[in-house]
Design a binder for this molecule. Structure first.
Ligand code: ADP
Ligand code: ADP
Length: 226
């Protein structure tokens, strides 16, 4: 269970560049929130503040009622998938997915169960011994998803996870991520500049522009389609 409260969140660089000006939003447990907006409007910065990868300059972030502002990334109940996947090239698919859990010093049996489970739902069972270089783009993307889902976090963040895939694969992965969301029962926050992605995936869309929220609502209320 993970409910987020973002209260007047700001990001200021060098005491002057106001990248996120005032981001206020209540996110309910198990929502699929999509941040959309043009490049540079502050989507990624907001996501990174939620993850704990960027310091919050002003305002407050609560997860399940607890203030997260000073909680380090590794201690937050959050998993994140990056645009470039950030896989470890020298490690097998198995170890890419297991690495974070090993760092947490989880029992090897539990690690194995989680990795095998992720591999089976992502169709990676026969690729566990391969290195990332020996995979297709879609398979790499699945490994990145797998590495995040094995954390079993309450909050799942994705920053343009499909932008390196071709159009056909993007459509396929959109549907797969939608199914994953239902299976995992997590709260999702997904960043994209692609309106179609936002329309098809979101329970609610947050439209950003120049560091503020322009509009929030269900896809139908945000985009009027003829
Ligand atoms: P989006 O994800 O919507 O494309 P970002 O959150 O990545 O936007 O970036 C928002 C703005 O913050 C951009 O104008 C970017 O240039 C600026 N920015 C990002 N990092 C820094 C930094 N370290 N110092 C100053 N400005 C930055
Ligand atoms: P490296 O060569 O990078 O040290 P290994 O392939 O030897 O990594 O595996 C390290 C750990 O990961 C071992 O505990 C091993 O049991 C586990 N492991 C790696 N690949 C698999 C796999 N396909 N199935 C089950 N466990 C695996």
């Amino acid at each position: 269970m993970a409910q987020l409260s973002l209260q007047h969140i700001q990001k200021i660089y060098n005491n002057q560049v106001h990248v996120v000006k005032d981001f206020t939003l209540e996110i309910e447990d198990k929502e699929f929130i999509v941040f959309v907006g043009p490049s540079g409007c502050g989507k990624s910065t907001t996501l990174r503040m939620i993850a704990g990868l960027e310091e919050i300059s002003g305002g407050k972030l609560l997860i399940d009622g607890v203030c997260m502002n000073d909680v380090p990334a590794k201690s937050r109940d959050i998993a994140m998938v990056f645009q470039n996947y950030a896989l470890y090239p020298h490690m097998s698919v198995y170890n890419n997915m297991a690495f974070g859990l090993k760092m947490q010093k989880l029992d090897a049996k539990i690690i194995d169960e989680r990795v095998q489970w992720a591999a089976s739902i992502l169709g990676l069972k026969t690729y566990l011994d391969r290195r990332p270089a020996a995979l297709s783009g879609g398979q790499r993307q699945r490994v990145a998803l797998g590495r995040a889902i094995v954390r079993e976090a309450g909050v799942f963040l994705m920053d343009e996870p499909l932008s390196n895939l071709d159009a056909r694969l993007r459509v396929q992965m959109r549907a797969e991520i939608g199914k994953l969301h239902q299976k995992l029962n997590t709260t999702m926050i997904y960043v994209t500049h692609d309106q179609t992605e936002a329309m098809t995936m979101a329970t609610r869309i947050v439209v950003m522009k120049d560091g503020i929220i322009q509009q929030v609502g269900a896809p139908k209320t945000v985009y009027n389609h003829p």
